[in-house]
Design a protein around this ligand. Structure first.
Ligand SMILES: Nc1ncnc2c1ncn2[C@@H]1O[C@H](COP(=O)(O)OP(=O)(O)OP(=O)(O)O)[C@@H](O)[C@H]1O
Ligand SMILES: [Mg+2]
Length: 236
């Protein structure tokens, strides 16, 4: 597998945190040359950017203009943020950058914005991007009340659009989650039409910390060792 599209059940569910952990793990522990891309980042803040976090976690030497080709200050869906700035997102430009990064790396991890039905431009959604770039999608959902519905809806929609789904990662975003977090993994396993790859633990990580990359790789490695995670599908 050459590229993975990290999507989620919505905004703030942990796509960046999990994508960073995967990038760090595959580069440090598996020796892959990992590239990262966030095609469109809205709510852009250079001090707190998904793109820069992904760059740091992966060790990618690509410039930020390639990692995040389109950056908008308004925290809104890409179509809305671009319209607000009277700019247009050019899919040809995005695809050229994607192809360039793909050719430079063993594995390219691409993060969406929000969920799969977020519009990038008029009538064109992240699901369309995943399909035209022929990417395997990875669905991140937060392990909390409501996740069964959100996760099943997202996965069924992806499959209905003939988009390949690698599986789901349930993210324990909160240190003290609500009681549903205990039963969510087993009930999702029962109903999901795709594999539940693992439960990502709650972490305390600081982007500025010099050990950020290593700590992320370690978190994922420990989860794999304790049987909470399987990444076998990724490297097949
Ligand atoms: N496993 C976790 N442990 C601790 N904090 C977490 C975890 N996952 C996510 N968070 C925190 O939750 C917030 C949202 O996570 P993140 O930025 O990864 O979400 P996202 O899905 O990438 O959002 P967006 O749609 O804005 O890209 C961040 O402050 C992040 O640090
Ligand atoms: Mg993010």
């Amino acid at each position: 597998m050459k590229s993975i599209f990290v999507t989620g059940t919505g905004t703030g569910v942990g796509k960046t945190v999990v994508a960073c952990a995967l990038s760090a793990y595959f580069s440090i522990r598996r020796g892959l040359n990992v590239g990262v891309m966030k095609p469109v980042e809205t709510g852009w803040d250079p001090d707190f950017s998904d793109g820069l976090m992904l760059k740091k976690a992966s060790g990618s030497e690509d410039v930020i203009d390639d990692i995040v080709p389109y950056r908008f200050r308004l925290p809104a869906a890409p179509e809305v943020a671009a319209t607000y700035e009277l700019r247009e997102i050019d899919l040809g430009i995005l695809t050229n950058v994607y192809q360039k990064l793909l050719s430079r790396h063993d594995l390219l991890i691409v993060e969406g914005a929000g969920g799969i039905l977020v519009p990038i431009k008029d009538g064109f959604f992240f699901s369309d991007l995943a399909r035209i770039w022929n990417m395997y999608t990875l669905v991140i959902s937060e392990n909390k009340l409501g996740t069964i519905n959100h996760t099943l809806l997202t996965c069924h929609y992806l499959l209905s659009q003939n988009i390949k789904v690698l599986g789901v990662i349930l993210n324990n975003k909160e240190q003290n989650p609500d009681p549903s977090s205990e039963s969510n993994p087993s009930i999702l396993k029962k109903y999901l039409p795709v594999p539940l790859l693992g439960v990502f633990p709650s972490v305390r990580l600081f982007y500025e910390d010099p050990s950020f990359r290593e700590s992320l790789a370690e978190v994922l490695e420990k989860s794999i060792d304790s049987g909470f995670f399987s990444l076998d599908l990724f490297v097949s």
